[in-house]
Structures are given as structure tokens and as C-alpha cells.
Design a protein around this ligand. Structure first.
Ligand SMILES: Cc1cc2nc3c(=O)[nH]c(=O)nc-3n(C[C@H](O)[C@H](O)[C@H](O)COP(=O)(O)OP(=O)(O)OC[C@H]3O[C@@H](n4cnc5c(N)ncnc54)[C@H](O)[C@@H]3O)c2cc1C
Length: 98
């Protein structure tokens, strides 16, 4: 049963007291996440510079995942520093090196 499986996983995180928690309600959210079947987009896409001094960052155009959103933010901050102060961007090695 779903509630039991969720409680078992939460017990791994928070300990046995979880089994004393009372289930209130289950929501089924269809299409909560976009389709991520391969082939997927390249998460290390170029920084999205809309025009001089205007940047956009986030997971859109990348892969849906917190690490990719963070990487996008890091790369955009580097581009902004470069734009404002002429600092060259720090090379990010590997996918999630943000
Ligand atoms: C149900 C679900 C489960 C997930 N589980 C995981 C997981 O387990 N692990 C994982 O790594 N990732 C997970 N993700 C993906 C992760 O949440 C996203 O990749 C991440 O939050 C993207 O961050 P972001 O900053 O790019 O965008 P968002 O977090 O979507 O932030 C965008 C923000 O911009 C605001 N905004 C939008 N339009 C405007 C506007 N016009 N003006 C002002 N503000 C605006 C929005 O309100 C929002 O606050 C999950 C996503 C969902 C939906």
C-alpha cells in the first residue's frame, strides 16, 4: 500500500516515530514532472544572454533537476561578473560541479 511504502521511506529519514504519524490525505498529481525520456537536452547549455546586461537562468532549456538549476545559476552569475567587471568565468568541470 502506498501509505505504508511512504512511511517506510520516511522512517529511514526521520526514525521510527514516523510510524506514529497519522496519514491525512493523498493527492495524485498527474503530469507533475515533464517527460524526461532520452534524448534529453544538453544541461550545460550556453548562458542565456537576452541582450547586453540581461540574463536568464534556471532549469528551462536544461534538464529538470535542482543540480542543473544550480549549475545554470552559477554559470549565469559568472557571466554577470564577466559583464560587469570583466572577470573570466570559472571553468565548471563535469555536470554538477556547481
Ligand atoms: C513535483 C516535482 C518534484 C521534483 N523533484 C525533484 C527532485 O527530487 N530532485 C531534483 O533535483 N529536482 C526535482 N524537481 C525539479 C526541481 O524542482 C527544479 O528543477 C528546480 O526547482 C528548478 O529551479 P528553477 O529555479 O530553475 O525554477 P523554479 O524552482 O520553478 O523557480 C522559478 C520561480 O520563478 C517564479 N516565476 C515564474 N514566472 C515568473 C514571473 N513572470 N515573474 C516572477 N516570478 C516568476 C516561479 O513562481 C518560481 O518561484 C521536481 C520538480 C517537481 C515539479
Amino acid at each position: 500500500m502506498l501509505v505504508q511504502r511512504v512511511q517506510n521511506q520516511l522512517a529511514d529519514w526521520f526514525g521510527p516515530e514516523v510510524h506514529r504519524w497519522r496519514h491525512l490525505k493523498t493527492y495524485r498529481i498527474y503530469h507533475a514532472l515533464p517527460d524526461q525520456s532520452p534524448p534529453t537536452s544538453n544541461p550545460v547549455y550556453p548562458v542565456n544572454r537576452i541582450r547586453s546586461g540581461v540574463f536568464v537562468c534556471g532549469e528551462h532549456g536544461s534538464l529538470p533537476g535542482i543540480q542543473w538549476a544550480l549549475l545554470s545559476g552559477r554559470r549565469t552569475a559568472d557571466a554577470l561578473k564577466d559583464h560587469l567587471y570583466g572577470y573570466p568565468p570559472i571553468e565548471v568541470k563535469g555536470g554538477a560541479g556547481c
